[in-house]
Write a protein that binds this ligand. Structure first.
Ligand SMILES: C[S@@+](CC[C@H](N)C(=O)[O-])C[C@H]1O[C@@H](n2cnc3c(N)ncnc32)[C@H](O)[C@@H]1O
Length: 189
């Protein structure tokens, strides 16, 4: 079973160096995050992608979703009274949001932590038809930073997981030096 990120290490998610190798605004814009949309940040952690997304969607909405209450508590302290972020406590198999209610779903360094297909199935269910799933994760290579090698997924393994719940993968590219990104769609009826 893959390891969940340990909330005791939350501060490393905010490391300045991380912004250089994983620039959140650039990645979110490439996924199409823009004014007015509804964005679901699944496995939001302390809000590394949530807060920039909230700035980009403006009068839209960001759902900040995580299975760990400790991470959501840390995020709550950071967002203070920002009105366009809704915090959502999920479980491995349930995201308590209506079906087809979001325009873009996203997982930043989360796919390799999922247990089974439940969360991906929920990501598919809550996304509107024609909507986009963005996945950023660590390359399956031995590195001095990041999750254990055994937990990591190759791009091909990640694509297979995403396709397995019904998404069509439309794009994949590297975010050098450590990450890759997959963009997938929930097809129109
Ligand atoms: C490595 S952290 C990344 C956090 C954030 N996305 C970022 O990039 O800073 C992974 C997060 O995913 C959460 N997570 C793991 N499995 C999850 C699941 N099945 N559903 C929702 N969140 C999950 C963990 O609790 C943790 O907060």
């Amino acid at each position: 079973m893959p390891h969940k990120f340990d909330a005791a290490w939350a501060s490393i998610l905010e490391d300045e160096e991380r912004k250089e190798f994983l620039p959140p605004v650039e990645i979110l814009k490439r996924l199409g995050v823009r004014e007015g949309i509804t964005f679901a940040d699944i496995g939001c952690g302390t809000g590394y992608f949530t807060i920039p997304a909230a700035e980009l969607v403006g009068r839209g909405r960001v759902f900040a979703i995580d299975v760990q209450a400790e991470m959501l508590e840390l995020l709550k302290k950071k967002i203070k009274d920002r009105e366009n972020i809704t915090i959502v406590k999920s479980s491995e198999d349930t995201i308590p949001l209506p079906s087809e209610s979001v325009d873009i779903t996203f997982m930043g360094d989360v796919l390799h932590e999922l247990e089974g297909e439940g969360t991906l199935r929920e990501a598919y269910r809550i996304l509107r038809r024609g909507g986009v799933l963005g996945v950023v994760d660590w390359k399956k290579e031995k590195m001095e930073i990041g999750p254990p090698f055994e937990d990591r997924l190759s791009i091909e393994e990640a694509k297979a997981k995403i396709k397995g719940v019904g998404f069509s993968v439309t794009e994949s590219f590297e975010i050098p030096p450590y990450h890759y990104c997959l963009i997938a769609k929930k097809d129109e009826p």
